[in-house]
Design a protein around this ligand. Structure first.
Ligand SMILES: NC(=O)CCC(=O)C(=O)O
Length: 267
């Protein structure tokens, strides 16, 4: 199964409409792949908090429309990264969209761990509550997570328990924490014996230089491909049997000890 990660640049001198058109044409160029992935909040920029409200859309809004057309033109499964979703009750969510090769919305995932501590996304957006996996026919079951989620191993273990074999992580990760990004991507792959496909953005928006360095890690923890800091498309071949083989020859997941008593805080 061939996958392409589109590490698109998000810069303030490009309009959201222009970036949508450019992303659509980059998706169409990946017709040789079965799965195409875009990063977190690429239409507006993951750190462009002041524009979240104005650029918010519904899951069937302009980003979905443009990406559904591009996915069906290219005949690919498209993880269209995430958008600022405005729900019916007015709550904003950081919502990832997965689109089938016929242009249908196959799944959506609201980011569970919001970044920013006491500001930004953490206070402006609602938190997702549901783990989401997506079986891609003839290929791999995808487990969905977004950016800051990468720091929470229990989410990834939950996705693995739910059958995920490829953990897809769109992100808008800053350059100053680039080492955390690559380290955590490899850790999530090794501990879950799964592919990790982590797609970041390039460029600088809202004063935050983006790391780029999208990375694909195999179930043994080997880096299959890693991008540089600039806009780039990373293409890799994934083998679903590699996940099964890794879990058979080194069955560490079976050695988990669940339900151990917690220490008594009084002793
Ligand atoms: N958009 C994000 O979730 C940023 C996460 C981040 O910068 C970090 O975890 O570090």
């Amino acid at each position: 199964m061939r996958a392409s990660l589109i590490q698109i640049a998000v810069d303030p001198d490009e309009s959201v409409d222009s970036r949508r058109r450019r992303a659509a044409s980059l998706v169409r160029e990946q017709a040789d792949s079965e799965l195409v992935i875009l990063p977190e909040l690429w239409p507006v920029g993951a750190f462009a908090y002041q524009r979240f409200e104005q650029e918010a859309e519904s899951p069937s809004g302009p980003t979905y429309e443009a990406m559904a057309k591009a996915a069906s033109d290219a005949g690919v499964w498209l993880h269209a990264g995430s958008v600022v979703e405005k729900a019916a009750d007015g709550t904003l969510y950081n919502t990832a969209l997965v689109i089938s090769p016929t242009g249908e919305l196959a799944a959506s995932y609201r980011k569970i761990h919001r970044f920013g501590f006491d500001k930004g996304e953490a206070v402006m957006m609602g938190a997702g509550e549901e783990l989401v996996t997506v079986p891609v026919p003839g290929g791999l079951t995808l487990g969905l997570a977004t950016c800051y989620d990468l720091r929470f191993p229990e989410l990834f273990r939950g996705l693995t328990d739910a059958g995920a074999q490829a953990l897809v992580v769109p992100a808008g990760w800053p350059a100053r924490r680039r080492d955390h990004w690559t380290l955590l991507a490899r850790a999530r792959a090794v501990e879950n014996q799964a592919y990790v496909l982590a797609c970041g953005t390039a460029g600088t928006h809202a004063g935050v230089e983006q790391a780029g360095h999208s990375i694909v890690v195999d179930p043994w923890g080997e880096v299959l491909a890693e991008a540089g800091p600039d806009e780039e498309v990373l293409t890799v071949d994934l083998d679903p049997a590699k996940v099964t083989r890794t879990r058979e020859v080194f069955p560490a997941l079976k050695d988990r000890r669940l339900g151990l008593p917690t220490p008594n805080p009084l002793h």
